[in-house]
Design a protein around this ligand. Structure first.
Ligand code: GLA
Length: 381
């Protein structure tokens, strides 16, 4: 099976009849914990994974920016210098990134791009952030420009919020850009301060894909974003991050439902994230697992972004030997879960989880281990 990088280069040759001059790679991510708190200025603990979107690119022969997605056999072509015009699906991410770079004063050149990847699409592993970052890195390299990594993350997020129309936070873009081999990234989503936290060698993070999908736009994602803003306005704080954990019991009764439950999840999840980072540093994997399980409960009951399939998959994973903890990962409403599994019990995990999940839902689940990996990069070819 050719790698994503090989497929991107092959697609470039086939689509444009010449050789690409560079290749940009941006990884997907899993979030160990800190779910649905980035847009409340909270703390998150994601890691970049060994699956990525790759863009093979070269300066354009015409005034157009042309893009070709190898895996979908779909194309787009638009004027590199014109204002953003919405298209649909993946095209808006490419067009959106070109637009925000231009708005930031970068002379986005005409270019040819071929895109391939092995991040499952729409599965909660940030295929969209990986696409944004890979396209941005390719266009910046072709423009002979560079940006500070956090500025790059902000611009890619802006493409998603302002051009695509998903009110996402900044976690995914930061994880794809700042990832570090062997480490998770403790990110303060207010200051964007980063602390790398080493991942333990004796445990493996396993992703299990529920086989169900719901896009962020069509889900209640934007509604959750608004609910958090409403709750913080009622509580008189800039963001839910500013609600102290110790004041929860006193403050919650003043909020109407569902804002009360949403707030409880966010405040508790931020505390769990900081506790998880500390537990990882102390090598206390049992505690990490308990926090992961608590996170899933909050997402299911208070934040209401889980689904019966995700709950069944989490239950199947937790029933296996050597599993410290398991939770849905990413935006929710379908997609993937992650489990922290002892390395010495990994064998047969995927098959056993699939069997139990099939018995409950009649669906197929695919599990695969992920490695904490380096963030985005560009190679000249
Ligand atoms: C999506 C968004 C992120 C974050 C997660 C939930 O992945 O893009 O910004 O809000 O959902 O934690």
């Amino acid at each position: 099976m050719p790698t994503a990088a090989e497929r991107a280069v092959a697609a470039f040759r086939a689509g444009f009849g010449r050789e690409p001059t560079l290749r940009a790679r941006a990884p997907g991510r899993v979030n160990l914990i800190g779910e649905h708190v980035d847009y409340s200025d909270g703390f998150v603990l994601p890691l970049a994974i060994d699956r990525a979107v790759v863009v093979a690119a070269a300066p354009g022969a015409t005034s157009a920016l042309r893009a070709h997605v190898a895996d979908l056999a779909e194309r787009d072509s638009f004027d590199a210098a014109a204002p953003f015009q919405a298209a649909a699906g993946w095209r808006d991410y490419v067009r959106g990134v070109a637009a925000v770079l231009r708005e930031a004063g970068i002379a986005v050149p005409p270019a040819d791009l071929a895109i391939a990847g092995d991040v499952p699409r729409g599965g909660g592993l940030s295929s969209s952030a990986a696409l944004e970052v890979a396209v941005a890195r390719a266009l910046l390299a072709l423009a002979g420009a560079s940006l500070d990594p956090l500025e790059l993350a902000r611009l890619c997020r802006r493409a998603e919020v302002e051009k695509v129309g998903v009110a996402c936070g900044i976690m995914d873009q930061c994880a794809s850009i700042l990832g570090r081999e062997g480490f998770a990234i403790l990110l303060d989503c207010r200051s964007l301060a980063v602390r790398p936290i080493p991942m333990p060698a004796e445990a493996v993070l396993v992703v299990s894909d529920s086989g169900t999908r719901r896009s962020l736009q069509s889900s209640a994602f934007n509604q959750r974003f608004r609910e958090c803003a409403e709750a913080s306005a009622l509580l008189g704080v800039a963001a839910l991050r500013d609600v102290p954990f110790g004041a929860l019991d006193r403050l919650l009764p003043s909020l109407p439902e569902p804002l009360r439950r949403r707030t409880r999840h966010v405040v508790q999840e931020i505390a769990r994230t900081l506790q998880t980072a500390a537990a990882l540093e102390q090598g206390d994997l049992a505690a990490v697992g308990r926090f992961m399980n608590g996170s899933h409960q909050g997402l299911r009951d208070d934040y209401e972004v889980s689904t019966p399939e995700l709950d069944a998959l989490v239950a199947a994973a937790r029933a296996q030997p050597g599993v410290h903890g398991s939770r849905m990962s990413g935006g929710g409403f379908g997609g993937c879960i992650i489990s922290l599994v002892s390395r010495d019990t990994l064998e047969g995990f995927a098959e056993r989880v699939a069997e139990q999940y099939r018995g409950v839902t009649g669906r197929e689940a695919k599990s695969f281990a992920v490695r904490p990996s380096a963030g985005a990069d560009v190679d000249a070819l």
